[in-house]
Design a protein around this ligand. Structure first.
Ligand SMILES: Cc1cc2nc3c(=O)[nH]c(=O)nc-3n(C[C@H](O)[C@H](O)[C@H](O)COP(=O)(O)O)c2cc1C
Length: 369
């Protein structure tokens, strides 16, 4: 049964599930499998060494799915920044009109993508409401609200999705999707209840048959618990959530103990190249690699089709079940006899009439009550 949310309508997808951009994982094999299953698959632009390689990957993906898919452009600080404009131009030339943007100062790229005819639909990742407000000024179509649970760059404010999503609902005029910590239909139903138009998942999609990474790493995720991630690089205000391993232990030790605080001391440990090797050689301790707390909820390695179908069914069941909790008449209590209550709260009781209530003791103004 298709969903009808602002996300499914705008993107022309059946189920409001986005596969977020993932460095060294977001290739055509995964993106097309997600799109074929009714969600939105996303290629990761910078996983391709050059803009021309991105063009080839987009063409490959087009050959693997007739459904919409998008491209992620992540703008991070770098000594020699990639030519973001050239990557963006290639995706425009190839007819891509759905783009996930992330990172710092996305203004120039977003303006370029919005100037296209027709303009791109842009989903921008934000870990704070302040960043979300800046993104809205740039004209993005959706915010992808990334809670502290998420894999990768969690930001510096440590606000989890229970607060962040509701803050987005309260404060933002632009529709948003929920990102970070989602793996199942109950999560999708919860995100919808909090006001989101869908969910974005990264780590869960790493652990699917089509994810082009070594099977050992998928098994390591299945065997891991929610406590098996580690935050690194906070000292340099570039906090990242990674899979906890020997290398993250070495990084956090240096981070704690270094007297110089020079980034050069940890740089060799957090090298992206070694992280990429992990996905190829299957040795979880070879380098650092990204994963979210949601690893604790992942217990199998399904195909994208089976995963998305299961999430769809469980979300529908959860939303239907929730609606049955509203009844015409309060049912009898399950416990035998008269339930014990707070006598002072009983309007028929004389007890406690002159005893100050908790609010009076703490001097809370009446207006607050
Ligand atoms: C292996 C991996 C690599 C990632 N690389 C990127 C990236 O290059 N750009 C980006 O915007 N997000 C990246 N992410 C974040 C995901 O797109 C998504 O926002 C995040 O995984 C959501 O949290 P979750 O893992 O709890 O689902 C990555 C995530 C993972 C697991």
């Amino acid at each position: 049964m298709p969903f009808n949310t602002a996300l499914t309508r705008k993107l022309g997808i059946r189920i409001p599930i986005v596969q977020g951009g993932m460095q060294w994982v977001g290739y055509a094999e995964l993106a097309s499998a997600v799109s074929n299953a009714g969600g939105l698959g996303i290629l990761t632009a910078l996983t391709q060494p050059t803009p021309e390689d991105l063009r080839k990957e987009i063409r490959k993906c087009k050959g693997m799915t007739k459904f919409p898919f998008g491209v992620n452009i992540t703008i991070l600080p770098a000594m020699v920044p990639p030519d973001y404009g050239a990557y963006a131009q290639v995706l425009l030339d190839e007819g891509i009109r759905i783009v996930e943007t992330a990172g710092n100062s996305p203004g120039p790229v977003i303006r370029q993508l919005k100037a296209a005819n027709p303009p791109c639909v842009i989903m921008h990742k934000c870990t704070t409401i302040r960043h979300a407000q800046s993104a809205v000024k740039l004209g993005v179509d959706f915010l992808s609200i990334d809670g502290f649970e998420c894999a990768g760059h969690v930001g510096e404010t440590d606000i989890t999705n229970f607060i962040l999503l509701s803050r987005a609902r309260q404060a933002m005029s632009v529709p948003f999707i929920a990102s970070g910590g989602f793996a199942d239909g109950q999560g999708l139903a919860a995100a919808i209840a909090l006001g989101a138009e869908g969910i974005n998942m990264g780590t869960r999609f790493m652990c699917t048959v089509e994810a082009p990474i070594h099977n050992n790493i998928k098994k390591d995720i299945v065997n891991a618990q929610e406590t098996d991630t580690e935050l690194v690089l906070r000292r340099w205000k570039n906090t990242s959530r990674l899979f906890k391993n020997n290398v993250t232990a070495a990084v956090t030790k240096i981070e704690r103990e270094s007297t110089t605080g020079k980034f050069e001391e940890v740089a060799p440990y957090v090298s992206g190249k070694r992280g990429r090797e992990v996905f190829l050689n299957g040795d979880k301790d070879y380098g650092v690699w990204t994963a979210g707390q949601v690893i604790g909820l992942i217990h199998d390695i399904p195909t994208c089709h089976d995963l998305i179908t299961r999430i769809e069914k469980d979300a529908i069941d959860t939303l239907n079940k929730a609606s049955t909790l509203i009844v015409d008449k309060q049912p009898e209590p399950d416990i035998a006899g008269k339930p014990m209550g707070d006598m002072s709260a009983d309007p028929q009781s004389e007890h406690g009439k002159n005893v100050p209530g908790e609010a009076q003791i703490y001097d809370i103004g009446k207006a607050k009550l």
